[in-house]
Design a protein around this ligand. Structure first.
Ligand SMILES: Cc1ncc(COP(=O)(O)O)c(C=O)c1O
Length: 471
C-alpha cells in the first residue's frame, strides 16, 4: 500500500502515473525486492535482472547442446547462431547500421575501453603524435587511457567541469575541439551520462568533434540503462558499455560498438586465439581477422551471450523511454525533498553534487549529509546505517576522481603536495589520502534509480534521511 506523500508526489510529477505498467513489472519480475523488504538504490552500480530473463536463459540452456563456436559441428554451429544473434541484436537495439558499425564482445565496459586505449594510433614515442582530450568527468577506465596515450607520445588534455552543476561549458569544449593538433590521430572521450553527478553531457559534441577531425569515444555505461542511445542519429567512433548495468544479467559481458572505418585504423598490440586468420611460428607472421573477430581474444562467453539478447529484448519490451520517465520523476522528487530538508537551526541536511533539477540529468544523485552544525557526516557512517535498514546505496568516489575532486573542493595544489611527499612515493592508502587532504571528505553517497524503482524505494530513503535531522 502506498500512502504518505504519494498524492503530493504525483501532483508534482504527473508523468509518474503514465509508468504504472512498471509497477506490474515489479510485481511480476522483481517481487524479490518487496519480499525481502529491500530498497535497491544502486542501479548505476548494477542493474537488476527480472525473473523472466533468468527463466528464458535457463530454458534455452536446458534445451540445447552448445559447444565452442566457430566450428562446423552441430553443437558448435548452434552456439555460433546464438553468438551472432546476440551481436546482431546489439546493433539493432542501438539502431546501428551493420554496414557502418560492428559490435565486439568484451568482458565489461572497462575491457572495451582498454581495447580502444591499447590499440588507438596516437603515434609512436619520439614522433609528433596526436592528442587525447577528455572531460574531468570520466570513469577511471577512461582516465586510464591517458597512460597508453602518453606512452605513445600524445599529449593529454583535460577539460574541467564547473560548479555548481558539474557540467563542461560548451565554449570550453569548442576551444579544445578547435585546437586539435595537425599531426597524428586525436581522440576525444566523454561519458554520455556521468556516473558521479548524473549530468547528461551533450551528444551534439560528437558531430562537432567529428567535423573537426577528432575520433570520438562515447562511454555509455551509465547512460544506456535509462536512455535509448540512437546510433543512427549520433555517430561516435567507439561506444563502450556493460550489459549487467543495463539489465542485471549476465555479468561479465560488455561491448565495444565501433565504426568499421575507425576500427580498421586500430593497431592491436598482440594476437590471440580467435583473432587471426593465419599465424605462423616459423614464418613469424600473423594476419588479424577483419571486424569483431580481430578484437575478441580467445573464446567468447558463448553461453552467457544468449542472455544478452534476452536482456535487450526485455528492456525493449518494457520500454527504455518509460523507464527514463519513471526514473526522472522519482529523481525529481528526491531532489526536491532532500534539498528542502533542514535541521531546526536552519542548516541544510544534505549537499547535492550536480544539477538540482531534472533537466539534462539522469537518475543518480551524489550527496553528502551534514549535521546540525554543518559538519559533514562521513559517508561510510551513512552507508553503515543504510545497510542496517536494508537500503543498498553506494559510497566513495565511484571511480570518477575528476568530478569528485571538483565537487569536494580538493585542489590541484593539495593533490600535488600529497603525491610528491616522499612517504607516498610508491604507496598511498585511502586513509593516507584522507589525512593528506586535511580530513576533507574523499567521497560521497550515491543513490541511483532504474528499471524496478518505485515510490516505496524513494520514500524509504527519504525516511532514512529524515532520521539524521538535528543529529
Ligand atoms: C560511466 C562508467 N563508465 C565505465 C564504467 C566501468 O564499467 P565496468 O566496471 O563494468 O567495466 C562504469 C562503472 O561503473 C561507469 O559508470
Amino acid at each position: 500500500m502506498i500512502d504518505g506523500d504519494y498524492g503530493e508526489f504525483v501532483r508534482r510529477f504527473p508523468s509518474y502515473a503514465r509508468t504504472e505498467t512498471l509497477d506490474e513489472l515489479r510485481a511480476r519480475d522483481y517481487s524479490r525486492l518487496d519480499r525481502q523488504a529491500q530498497a535497491y538504490l544502486d542501479y548505476t552500480g548494477a542493474g537488476l535482472y527480472g525473473d523472466s530473463q533468468i527463466a528464458s536463459h535457463a530454458e534455452l540452456l536446458r534445451g540445447g547442446i552448445f559447444g565452442n563456436p566457430h566450428s562446423a559441428n552441430p553443437s558448435s554451429q548452434a552456439a555460433t547462431v546464438l553468438v551472432e544473434g546476440a551481436r546482431a541484436r546489439v546493433l539493432d537495439f542501438f539502431n546501428a547500421d551493420p554496414a557502418e558499425y560492428v559490435a565486439i564482445f568484451t568482458e565489461n565496459a572497462s575491457g572495451a575501453l582498454k581495447l580502444v586505449g591499447e590499440s588507438y594510433p596516437f603515434g609512436s614515442p619520439g614522433e609528433k603524435a596526436g592528442r587525447f582530450l577528455l572531460t574531468f568527468d570520466n570513469h577511471n577506465s577512461v582516465n586510464g587511457i591517458r597512460e597508453f596515450a602518453r606512452s605513445r607520445g600524445a599529449d593529454v588534455v583535460y577539460v574541467p567541469v564547473e560548479l555548481p552543476d558539474l557540467r563542461v561549458p560548451n565554449d570550453r569544449i569548442d576551444i579544445e575541439l578547435g585546437a586539435r593538433p595537425d599531426t597524428g590521430s586525436s581522440l576525444f572521450a566523454f561519458p554520455a551520462q556521468s556516473n558521479f553527478s548524473s549530468v547528461l553531457h551533450p551528444l551534439e559534441w560528437i558531430a562537432k568533434a567529428k567535423a573537426q577531425g577528432w575520433d570520438v569515444l562515447l562511454d555509455a555505461a551509465a547512460y544506456a540503462p535509462t536512455n535509448l542511445l540512437d546510433l543512427g542519429a549520433h555517430k561516435p567512433d567507439f561506444v563502450t558499455l556493460s550489459f549487467y548495468k543495463m539489465f542485471g544479467y549476465p555479468t561479465g559481458i560488455g561491448a565495444l560498438i565501433a565504426r568499421r572505418e575507425a576500427l580498421s585504423r586500430l593497431r592491436r598490440p598482440w594476437f590471440a586465439g580467435g583473432t587471426i586468420t593465419v599465424a605462423s611460428v616459423q614464418g613469424d607472421r600473423y594476419y588479424l581477422s577483419e571486424g569483431a573477430a580481430g578484437f575478441e581474444d580467445g573464446t567468447v562467453d558463448f553461453l552467457g551471450l544468449p542472455a544478452v539478447r534476452i536482456g535487450l529484448d526485455h528492456l525493449a519490451k518494457v520500454g527504455v523511454g518509460l523507464i527514463h520517465e519513471r526514473v526522472e520523476a522519482l529523481a525529481g522528487w528526491l531532489l526536491e525533498r532532500l534539498t528542502t530538508m533542514r535541521h531546526s537551526g536552519g542548516r541544510p541536511l544534505v549537499r547535492v553534487y550536480g544539477p538540482l533539477d531534472t533537466k539534462e540529468r539522469g537518475g543518480a544523485i551524489a550527496l553528502n549529509f551534514a549535521d546540525a552544525r554543518g559538519e559533514p557526516i562521513d559517508h561510510r557512517f551513512i552507508e553503515e546505517k543504510a545497510n542496517a535498514r536494508g537500503i543498498s546505496l553506494r559510497t566513495g568516489c565511484f571511480c570518477n576522481p575528476g568530478a569528485g575532486e571538483i565537487a569536494l573542493g580538493i585542489s590541484r595544489d593539495e593533490l600535488a603536495t600529497c603525491f610528491t611527499s616522499p612517504a607516498h612515493a610508491n604507496r598511498l592508502t585511502v586513509d593516507d589520502f584522507r589525512d593528506c587532504i586535511d580530513g576533507k571528505s574523499t567521497g560521497a553517497v550515491r543513490i541511483s534509480l532504474g528499471i524496478a524503482s518505485d515510490f516505496k524505494d524513494v520514500r524509504a530513503f527519504l525516511d532514512f534521511a529524515r532520521g539524521f535531522l538535528d543529529n
